[in-house]
Design a protein around this ligand. Structure first.
Ligand SMILES: Cc1cc2nc3c(=O)[nH]c(=O)nc-3n(C[C@H](O)[C@H](O)[C@H](O)COP(=O)(O)OP(=O)(O)OC[C@H]3O[C@@H](n4cnc5c(N)ncnc54)[C@H](O)[C@@H]3O)c2cc1C
Length: 469
């Protein structure tokens, strides 16, 4: 068995086992059982690799996972698909749950100046009475323009704040899209690249046939667990060993070649390891990685999210997705799931999410669940004056630290390579999704892509170079 010495650009040297070279299917470890990890596991197992997937949590699905409620399942964080989400739609068909994916009309609104303004198309834009008519027309024209732009590269070098403020004028910007940017990105609102905002508009555009049509969004009957379970089943059928409630605390170069994974009670070795965890988690997992790669990862920032789910005996509004543009209200979105997927699917109960994105050091992120709900509930009366806390029968709070990667100017240059400085160790996470915004569809695409990259690298003898003779 010949060992190769690999010298990296940053000067580090690693030993690599040449038996891992070539097209022989090797042993692959995958860290993380979200959509990206499960998809990559399926593809590599289908290609003949011996795959083990470790998920630290007890349930699979990562950010898209659902928990049991009302005799069925509901996502910890609200989820739907857009009609452009082709990768996950194809995967659903492949794993046998294509028929569970239904396309339902969405119903969007905007809460401003004490009133709900429906926002389901171009005509609704013209009725937004909290800005003057000329601002409404301008908002409509800017939206129509963004819906038509395909060359997004021009939006990489300008912030959304700057571009939209100019395009809309100060007043319209502050009361509409500027308020939304602040709601989503907090103190980072003026650093987000316009390309991120363009991606959002484009996704919504492709969920309608024409601007006058009603938008349709996708949902898996029975929750996103339906595709997660079917995908996990397909993985197992292809030979993947899925281990939940377990994950490594460190990954490092293995002395004899490959990658070593350090668990609480043991050390394992794989030829190839794919980490699908957020960049901040990856930095802790791989302390031996230093230099430029660590610097790149350290600069990537995420917004966190804290979401309260209320189970109620009646609806709060008739809107599915209500953006809150009232700075006094502590949450920034009311997503009334049962106005999208009817309460008849939940034994007659109504479910709504009170959502807020925030910096991970925001005081709300550390509040107890009880205090967070107590903080949120009184404000529901502003949205529906009849609201009474007795309507709420149960509630839950879920938090996610790496909820939304922040796409800053020229993000493309900050995207970390999938191949990390440790030979055989790959990174595949939501910061590498670009120019589209993160989402389950793109994590499926990422899983497909990373599996192909691993196979191509193997076929070409990378990341282990041909040993010197
Ligand atoms: C509030 C909110 C709303 C959203 N809404 C939508 C939506 O409407 N539509 C949509 O398509 N997407 C939505 N998303 C985004 C979508 O859920 C994610 O982009 C996608 O699920 C990410 O999948 P992933 O596999 O890339 O990462 P993750 O889901 O983050 O999976 C990573 C996994 O790695 C595990 N892990 C971490 N460390 C270790 C370790 N040491 N060992 C083992 N495992 C480890 C984690 O537990 C996790 O399960 C939303 C996300 C949030 C937070």
């Amino acid at each position: 068995m010949a060992n190769a010495r690999v010298t990296h650009e940053d000067g580090r040297v690693a030993e690599a086992n040449s038996t891992a070279i070539g097209t022989t299917p090797g042993q692959v470890g995958i860290i993380g059982g979200g959509m990206a990890g499960l998809t990559a596991a399926l593809r590599l197992a289908q290609a003949g690799h011996a795959v083990t997937l470790w998920e630290r949590g007890q349930r699979l699905g990562g950010q898209a996972a659902a928990f049991p409620v009302a005799g069925t399942y509901l996502e910890l964080f609200y989820h739907h698909l857009f009609q452009s989400d082709e990768a996950i739609t194809a995967l659903a068909a492949e794993v046998g749950v294509g028929d569970n994916l239904v396309w339902l009309p969405s119903n969007v609104g905007y809460f401003s100046e004490g009133k709900i303004w429906p926002l389901n198309g171009a005509l609704d834009l013209l009725k937004l009475g909290f800005i003057p008519l000329h601002d409404r027309v301008r908002l409509g024209l800017v939206t129509a323009y963004l819906q038509r732009v395909r060359k997004w590269e021009r939006f990489e070098h300008v912030t959304a704040d700057r571009w939209l403020r100019r395009a809309l004028g100060q007043n319209a910007y502050d009361k509409t899209l500027g308020a939304q940017l602040k709601a989503k990105f907090g103190s980072y609102y003026d650093q987000v690249a316009m390309v991120w905002f363009w991606g959002k508009i484009w996704l919504r555009t492709t969920s309608r046939r024409s601007p006058l049509d009603q938008e349709k969004l996708g949902y898996f009957r029975g929750s996103f667990n339906v595709i997660i379970d079917a995908l996990a089943e397909a993985c197992r059928a292809a030979g993947v060993d899925i281990v939940t409630g377990s994950g490594p605390s460190e990954v490092r170069v293995a002395a004899g070649g490959g990658v070593e994974l350090v668990f609480d009670d043991r050390v394992e070795r794989r030829d190839t390891v794919i980490a699908t965890v957020p960049s901040s988690v990856f930095l802790r997992l791989a302390p031996s990685i230093t230099g430029a790669y660590r610097d790149t990862l350290s600069k990537l920032t995420y917004e966190a999210a804290a979401v309260a789910i209320l189970q109620m005996d009646r609806p709060l509004t008739d809107i599915y997705w209500l953006n809150i543009a009232d700075p006094d209200i502590p949450f920034t979105g009311v997503i009334e799931h049962t106005n999208f997927v009817g309460p008849e699917h939940y034994g007659g109960s109504h479910f709504l999410y009170l959502s807020k994105y925030m910096e991970p050091d925001h005081p709300y992120f550390a509040l107890s669940d009880e205090d967070l709900v107590a903080e949120y509930l009184p404000f529901l009366k502003r949205i529906n004056p009849d609201f009474d806390e007795s309507w709420v029968k149960r509630w839950w709070v879920f938090r996610e630290r790496a909820a939304q990667p922040i796409v800053m100017l020229d993000h493309r240059k900050s995207i970390p390579a999938h191949q990390t400085p440790i030979p055989g160790l790959y990174l595949a996470n939501t910061t590498q999704i670009y120019p589209e915004d993160r989402g389950t569809n793109y994590s499926v695409r990422l899983g497909n892509d990373i599996a192909k990259i691993v196979r191509d690298d193997q076929a070409a003898g990378r990341p282990w170079p041909t040993p010197a003779t």
